[in-house]
Design a protein around this ligand. Structure first.
Ligand SMILES: *[C@@H]1O[C@H](CO)[C@@H](O)[C@H](O)[C@H]1NC(C)=O
Ligand SMILES: *[C@@H]1O[C@H](CO)[C@@H](O)[C@H](O)[C@H]1NC(C)=O
Ligand SMILES: *[C@@H]1O[C@H](CO)[C@@H](O)[C@H](O)[C@H]1NC(C)=O
Ligand SMILES: *[C@@H]1O[C@H](CO)[C@@H](O)[C@H](O)[C@H]1NC(C)=O
Length: 657
């Protein structure tokens, strides 16, 4: 019965996706260039056929055996030695996990910071996160991407106690607010995450690149002001030899939230984890902000007497007030007055980040981070892996590698086999800026001809764009927003790349170019193809992070390749039947990372001890032990836990709704 319902649900999702229309107020680029080669069938016929096929379960992957390897129980750890008698397979001991494994700097150079319990986090076990130094039996490997290629620690796994105890997990297991308050060792409402982050960054300032202040009059509309104390004090540790150390570049993580968003318990714990693990544990290399989109333009957020504090209080839990920066659309229309009609959030979230970057000279890199994304591992390990990957990739072949889903079983090792095979099969070899009418490239020129380069150019250069799915060739695909670009003389034949899910890391360098193209040239491009397309046009460094993506079933390598890299020369884009074309996105349904994923939420819920799809939750855990997961990036996870914050306090509901 449940199966039938879920199957129906699956079809409903396809129908829903297919019926979703892009915002109607938009006019995509028009021009006289003929459209891409027509498919054998019309789009409508294909759509119909696809729905039919979904009903008849004709997708090639439909019959692949489903596994239960995304979430395991602690009883699945095989910890018994062969000679051990009466062993009941107790899980291995949890170990303190500080996320320093892939840190670019030497951790001894970090001045340790104070955590939410008022203690230096390196000296407090309550503030730590705890991992199992093992992988439970039956846990599957990712189908696409890999721990090794991404540089994420894949040798560990987590349960909710080790992962979230430090962040107030207990707080949400009581239905009586008083009992809850007594049970919690931290009064979370009193924590000022902004102050903790600022003090941390300040204590570590000698590690950072000196900040070039912007003149005051160029700063507009900002309620968070950074005080930059550049005074040189005595270095606090002897290992801090200012001359010897290369200065650390800082990264801002901007979480996109809106007025009326639901702050469920898991969303709150997630941001606590990001701050503690990425920002405090790194000694301020990363800093987390909430970018609150105030939807009601009638609120005078920058001039009202009690603003923006009133608005922030109403929509954001107290502990995050000090990291919240407000904005609205009216502000964007004013900032980019020359293209006011395109300044709408759904498709232009970068404008606000371009503005943020101008106000915050202390950062070199910026994440646009979605509110409903979760990482199940340690955030510092994740962010450092992204940065390392981007820095270490050579420029040669980088666009071609990033233009595919990396499938280890098909492609082999990322930095050897995959380099060679993409080069052999793909005649497109982007090298430096591609030429585009009306664009004067602003990035670096290639130092030598491509054939004379032995994968040297770009190694050690920080990437300007790092996305979490391929940067695919949009031309020829039927991706929803493929024609959302304005002001380009070449119109639809403008070369461009897109990365679905507008989440990724941008450099100040590419943001400056995006700002320049918007403001000076009147060029604008859809959210999911703007930074990567700017890299393409201007010759900047752009890549795709091959993080582990899991499937709910055992796909064959051939099926993965034909479905996700079905384009010319093994690319994921560049053809009408791409997996990003609207009728084909169904293939992503049960992958752990896609905007329409149905697997992300159940995995996270089971990790939190909630039953999802007949697995996980109290009864299941009685039999198998606490749920354990490997580090993975999940999207979307909306309201995984029932407790929700409101200005009156936390509201719990038994039903889980
Ligand atoms: C996705 O997973 C659910 C739960 O395992 C399953 O019932 C459903 O059929 C799957 N959907 C697709 C499209 O594979
Ligand atoms: C914590 O870090 C400080 C320096 O920031 C150091 O003096 C101290 O010994 C560390 N404590 C532990 C337990 O490692
Ligand atoms: C289009 O792609 C889907 C998914 O990979 C596949 O099932 C289908 O056969 C393809 N259609 C054609 C006409 O190639
Ligand atoms: C992008 O795709 C189009 C359509 O397949 C193709 O004509 C073009 O050469 C591709 N460009 C690159 C750089 O792959």
């Amino acid at each position: 019965m449940a199966k039938v319902l879920l199957a129906l649900l699956g079809v409903a999702v396809v129908l829903k996706v297919m019926n979703t229309k892009p915002p109607s107020s938009l006019e995509p680029a028009q021009d006289s260039i003929p459209p891409p080669p027509a498919p054998i069938l019309t789009e409508e016929q294909l759509t119909e056929q696809t729905i039919e096929a979904a009903r008849r379960e004709e997708w090639i992957w439909k019959d692949f055996p489903i596994h239960e390897g995304l979430t395991r129980g602690t009883s699945n750890f095989n910890t018994c030695r062969a000679d051990e008698e009466n062993c009941n397979g107790r899980p291995p001991k949890l170990v303190r996990y500080d996320g320093y494994k892939h840190l670019q700097e030497d951790p001894v150079d970090i001045v340790q910071c104070i955590g939410p319990r008022g203690l230096p986090i390196n000296e407090s076990d309550e503030d730590a996160i705890w991992a199992y130094p093992a992988i439970p039996a039956g846990a599957v490997d990712p189908s696409m991407g890999s721990y090794k290629a991404a540089g994420i620690d894949g040798s560990i796994s987590f349960d909710r106690i080790g992962r979230f105890q430090a962040y107030g997990l207990d707080q949400f297991d009581y239905f009586d607010p008083e009992a809850e308050r007594k049970a919690s060792d931290v009064d979370w409402d009193k924590v000022k995450w902004g102050d903790l982050q600022d003090e941390c960054a300040n204590a570590n300032r000698l590690r950072f690149k000196p900040v070039k202040e912007r003149t005051d009059n160029s700063i507009q509309y900002s309620n968070i002001r950074q005080k930059h104390d550049n005074s040189q004090k005595q270095p606090p540790t002897n290992s801090m030899d200012a001359g010897r150390m290369s200065k650390v570049k800082r990264t801002a993580i901007l979480i996109r939230v809106w007025t009326g968003a639901t702050w469920s318990a898991d969303a709150v714990m997630n941001i606590r984890a990001m701050i503690a693990e990425a920002s405090l544990a790194s000694g301020g290399k990363y800093q987390v902000f909430v970018l609150l989109h105030v939807k009601d333009e009638g609120i005078p957020i920058f001039t009202g007497e009690n603003q923006p504090e009133e608005t922030i209080k109403k929509y954001v839990p107290p502990e995050f007030h000090s990291i919240t920066e407000v904005w609205n659309h009216a502000q964007l229309r004013t900032l980019y007055s020359n293209m006011a009609e395109h300044a709408f959030v759904g498709r232009s979230p970068w404008m606000i980040i371009q503005w943020f970057a101008r106000n915050h000279p202390e950062f070199d890199f910026f994440y646009q981070w979605e509110f409903d994304v979760r990482f199940t591992g340690h955030y510092l390990d994740f962010f450092e892996a992204v940065s390392n990957f981007g820095r270490e990739q050579p420029r040669k072949g980088i666009w071609e590698r990033a233009g595919r889903m990396y499938i280890p079983e098909v492609h082999g090792e990322y930095n050897t086999d995959y380099r060679i095979s993409t080069r052999e099969e793909d005649p497109h070899r982007v090298w430096g800026p591609v030429s585009v009418e009306g664009v004067l490239p602003r990035g670096p020129k290639p130092p030598r001809a491509q054939d004379e380069d032995n994968y040297e150019w770009g190694v050690g250069e920080d990437a300007d764009w790092i996305g979490f799915l391929p940067s695919f060739n949009v031309t020829g695909t039927n991706w929803w927003f493929r024609d959302y670009l304005w002001g380009y003389p070449q119109g639809r034949s403008t070369p461009r790349r897109a990365t679905l899910i507008a989440q990724g890391r941008v450099s100040r360098r590419v943001l400056d170019i995006m700002n320049y193209e918007n403001s000076e040239n009147g060029h604008h491009i859809d959210a999911e193809m703007f930074p990567q397309t700017m890299c393409l046009h201007h010759g900047l460094k752009s890549t795709s992070f091959p993080h582990p993506i899991f499937a709910d079933r055992h796909w064959t390598p051939e099926a993965l390749q034909s479905t996700f890299n079905g384009g010319p020369f093994g690319q994921s884009g560049g053809h009408w039947n791409s997996s990003f074309s609207k009728w084909n996105e169904f293939a992503w349904t049960n992958m752990t990372w896609y905007y329409s994923s149905q697997q992300a939420m159940p995995v996270y819920q089971r990790l939190l001890g909630i039953t999802a799809g007949e697995t996980g939750g109290p009864e299941w855990e009685d039999a198998y032990g606490r749920t354990v997961v490997r580090p993975m990036l999940l999207h979307p996870v909306k309201g995984a836990k029932a407790a929700k914050w409101s200005p009156e306090g936390w509201k719990h509901s038994m039903s889980g709704k």
